[in-house]
Design a protein around this ligand. Structure first.
Ligand SMILES: [Zn+2]
Length: 283
């Protein structure tokens, strides 16, 4: 894609994000890689008013934090940029405060393997990054940690991030993430989900290779091929579990980075109580 095509694609996806209800107002932000720069939505302007020339650019591997454009980059530029630096496979990033992902983030819940589509995110759970103030280095570090070997994560008391080889794939995953979040949330209301095992998620990830949003001939970005296909079969986890047939698996974790699906019977009573609503003060 040319730079102009990428800029137009970013704006199209911003408008789509609001039209579909995935995002409200200007709280979301999008970025895409073009050669050695990141193109990102500016802060505080209605998407309807955005013109391709209004988007900001930031160099990815030099002059950290510098930018060009008529308007300042999104206040969340830092995690966008840090993801682009850390993950050469990422060519597009979507950040939104979509309702169900944000509800789970407020409860500090990661999304466990409640649906096979979770495999599209690179593993058996979508982690919830620890809370940190928006726009900070700390939030960026927490997000990177939660995104390890994943294409999406939830940000505690904030929202979510979805990444892809280009902006279209990132948006596709953002919609998938919100969908799973909604399904998981609603399953908690009827007693909690039956979870799929790590081995089954690894199996689905194998089947997903080549599946998903297909590129048209030239629709790809400059992102390098994804490497996450390497991660699915963590032999340590695979086979260890047989959760599919067992109901009520613990879903709650305090430390997102260590998150693993628990399938032992001992965890089950805990899971029950954790599905109850509880109050929590915003950090
Ligand atoms: Zn945000």
């Amino acid at each position: 894609m040319t730079e102009l095509e990428i800029r137009k694609a970013i704006i199209e996806n911003c408008l789509k994000m609001n039209a579909t209800g995935l995002n409200q107002g200007t709280s979301g932000n999008l970025s895409a890689r073009y050669k050695d720069v990141m193109i990102i939505t500016p802060s505080g302007i209605a998407y309807e008013a955005l013109k391709p020339g209004d988007l900001a650019t930031m160099p990815i591997n030099k002059d950290y934090g510098s930018w060009e454009g008529p308007l300042k980059p999104s206040t969340e530029w830092r995690f966008h940029l840090d993801i682009m630096i850390d993950r050469p496979d990422v060519g597009g990033i979507v950040h939104t405060h979509s309702t169900y992902a944000t509800i789970l983030s407020i409860a500090g819940k990661e999304i466990p393997a409640c649906h096979y589509m979770i495999a599209a995110f690179g593993g058996p759970m979508i982690r919830c990054a620890d809370y940190a103030t928006f726009g900070t280095e700390e939030l960026s570090a927490n997000a990177l940690k939660a995104l390890k070997d994943r294409t999406g994560c939830i940000l505690a008391n904030h929202g979510m991030i979805a990444t892809g080889a280009n902006i279209a794939k990132a948006m596709w995953l953002a919609v998938e993430l919100e969908t799973i979040a909604k399904q998981y949330y609603q399953s908690l209301l009827i007693g909690g989900p039956n979870l799929l095992s790590d081995a089954e998620i690894a199996n689905v990830m194998e089947r997903f290779k080549g599946y998903g949003l297909q590129d048209k001939k030239s629709a790809n970005s400059n992102a390098k091929p994804k490497t996450r296909a390497k991660t699915p079969a963590k032999t340590k986890a695979a086979g260890k579990t047989s959760a599919a047939a067992k109901p009520k698996v613990a879903a709650k974790r305090k430390a997102p980075s260590k998150a693993r699906t628990q399938t032992k019977a001992g965890a089950q009573t805990k899971a029950r109580t954790q599905t109850k609503p509880r109050t929590r003060k915003q950090a």
